[in-house]
Design a protein around this ligand. Structure first.
Ligand code: ZN
Length: 233
């Protein structure tokens, strides 16, 4: 089975649509979403609607949680908090209910899925280093775990330094962010995993940043949220 794993869309409709058009051209059996559908960008309702329709599994991210409970946004940085407040004010009731229904983790096709970390998923810990990843392995039993949250794509092996998924070792894989990459590369990021061949690919592609960033400005959201899309930070 071929799985497309998307995460951290962040209300970026242009990046989401481009990701789905690539996924549709690649004979994928199922699309899984690791959360943060909303927050930062200008199209929360459109993105929730599409994800709801296209993804067989959708998890809760911290920005989704903040949009339905603004007390969570109090711990956010200023721009993240402002965008959470804007999102909460614009989210349609049916989309709000959908976000409220989302689970924190899922296990599918022998794959463990979580937005932030398998260790206390509701605490939203970041996995950015091999050390973070190694602590995570004790908290899931599957051979492989896919995460998002940091917006930094990466592959972490349980025992080796290998950055390529292979049989015989357990892995934590960060699929990166569809709608707000932060690794200095502005191209959208997501993963495709083949559960039969045990092969993983991190897909990167350009999308209409100009349109997505202009919408952020037109919505009255902070300019920094539009600018960062161009820099991939
Ligand atoms: Zn995120």
């Amino acid at each position: 089975m071929r799985l497309a794993i998307i995460s951290d869309i962040h209300s970026n409709l242009e990046a989401l649509n481009k990701s789905l058009s690539i996924i549709d051209s690649r004979k994928v059996d199922s699309i899984l979403c690791l959360g943060d559908v909303v927050g930062y960008g200008a199209n929360p309702n459109e993105c929730v609607e599409i994800v709801k329709k296209r993804c067989s599994t959708v998890l809760l991210g911290n920005h989704d949680a903040a949009a339905i409970d603004l007390t969570i946004a109090k711990q956010f940085t200023t721009y993240a908090r402002l965008s959470a407040e804007w999102t909460a004010g614009h989210l349609l009731p049916e989309h709000r209910s959908f976000l409220e229904s989302l689970p924190l983790t899922s296990s599918k096709e022998g794959v463990f899925l979580v937005h932030a970390s398998p260790f206390e998923p509701s605490e939203w810990y970041y996995i950015v280093s091999i050390l973070d990843a190694r602590q995570a392995f004790a908290h899931f039993s599957e051979e492989i775990c896919f995460v998002g949250h940091s917006h930094l794509p990466g592959v972490f092996g349980e025992t080796s330094e290998s950055q390529q998924v292979a049989r015989g070792e357990r892995f934590v894989v960060n699929v990166g962010s569809v709608g707000q990459p932060r690794d200095g590369n502005p191209k959208l990021s997501f993963g495709v995993f083949d559960t039969d061949r045990w092969e993983y690919e991190n897909v990167r592609a350009e999308y209409e940043i100009k349109r997505a960033s202009q919408k952020i400005l037109d919505a009255g959201l902070p300019r920094a949220l539009a600018d960062r899309l161009w820099a991939g930070v």
